[in-house]
Design a protein around this ligand. Structure first.
Ligand code: GTR
Length: 326
């Protein structure tokens, strides 16, 4: 009798182990950034929290430094389910998800807190729904600060300073339009190629936030950083929609909670790194200038907005909602 009990206990334990293993989801995640970057640390934290909160039913192996490919490729891989997770900037998602492209309109947000207020409201829900419908379920938003212009020749103060300049942008027609309207030559290019392109003069300049300008070493080959702050684009922890929806409600809640906690950490680390990156590059000799009057840059963007509304007439209310959000 005791023997039988022992046998069935062993059987039950073995069954549990098998069933847990059978249902365990082993996800793979993409991140473009290097070790020590806020997003890298926060995505590792996400992986850790995921195991903890799901009791090991969902695990995540992170691949940092863009080792699994460029961002546009990784976005497609997550959509297709070849990868389950990505820490994406919404810039390269815009061409796929019209609603998500509103955040890539130049000067659409007043500042980062404004962006988060929008994301936490109706506007954010519309963007998230659009993304989920295209296979990219955003579980939390990361801070990516504001993007400004940099180049190796001169301080940029007016649109005329951009005229004739070859400027690298992320893949998105809004960004090529933005540079063209300033009189420059836009050059869409993968992030990993920008350092060499700046160094060899394939492009004259680029644009990014403080931490990316610093962590990539772009400041070494493009020593003028001009605070145009023309783009404020959020980033996401995005999960393949089908993979997320295939989880039980409890597991979905645990995964979402892990993502939200990771985002809280990322935003804290981001604030520290933004300040530290600026100090570091200034110490290395970078010339930083405020752009005293941003109005001419904003005015030059009118055709970019018009072209956007022409292609997406239904999204005018979303843009107006953003602009009306305090
Ligand atoms: C960074 C962003 C990356 C990537 C990069 C770029 O700020 O975090 O995801 O979009 O910019 O310029 O390609």
């Amino acid at each position: 009798m005791f023997q039988n009990f022992k046998k069935s206990l062993v059987g039950a334990v073995a069954l549990t182990v098998i069933s847990t293993a059978a249902f365990a989801e082993n996800w793979r995640g993409w991140n473009i950034h290097v070790d020590g970057y806020p997003n890298t640390i926060a995505m590792d934290k996400f992986a850790e929290l995921l195991s903890e909160k799901t009791g090991g039913e969902v695990t995540l192996q992170m691949f940092h430094g863009g080792t699994l490919g460029s961002q546009p490729d990784a976005v497609e891989q997550v959509r297709a389910g070849a990868l389950e997770v990505g820490n994406f900037n919404l810039g390269p998602i815009g061409p796929i998800v019209a609603e998500a492209n509103v955040v890539s309109l130049p000067f659409v947000f007043k500042d980062v807190p404004h962006m988060f207020r929008v994301l936490d409201s109706e506007g954010g829900a519309a963007i998230a729904a659009g993304m989920a419908a295209k296979g990219l379920m955003p579980l939390a938003w990361y801070d990516a600060g504001a993007r400004s212009f940099y180049n190796g020749e001169k301080a940029i103060n007016t649109p005329a300073d951009v005229t004739g300049m070859k400027v690298r942008v992320m893949n998105n027609d809004l960004f090529t339009g933005m540079i063209a309207e300033l009189g420059g030559n836009p050059s869409p290019m993968a992030f990993a190629e920008v350092y060499q392109a700046l160094k060899t003069g394939v492009v004259d300049g680029a644009e990014n936030n403080w931490p990316s300008y610093e962590s990539t070493g772009h400041f070494e080959v493009a020593g003028y950083y001009s605070l145009s702050q023309h783009l404020i684009i959020p980033e996401c922890i995005c999960v393949n929609t089908a993979a997320f929806e295939g989880l039980s409600a409890d597991m979905q809640a645990a995964v979402t909670e892990a993502a939200q906690e990771s985002a809280l950490l990322q935003r804290e680390l981001w604030a520290e790194r933004e300040a530290a990156s600026r100090v570091a590059v200034e110490k290395a000799g970078v010339v930083v200038n405020e752009v005293a009057d941003k109005a001419p840059f904003q005015a030059a963007m009118a055709p970019v907005y018009e072209a956007y509304f022409e292609t997406n007439p239904g999204l005018r209310p979303l843009v107006e909602l953003i602009q009306a959000t305090d």
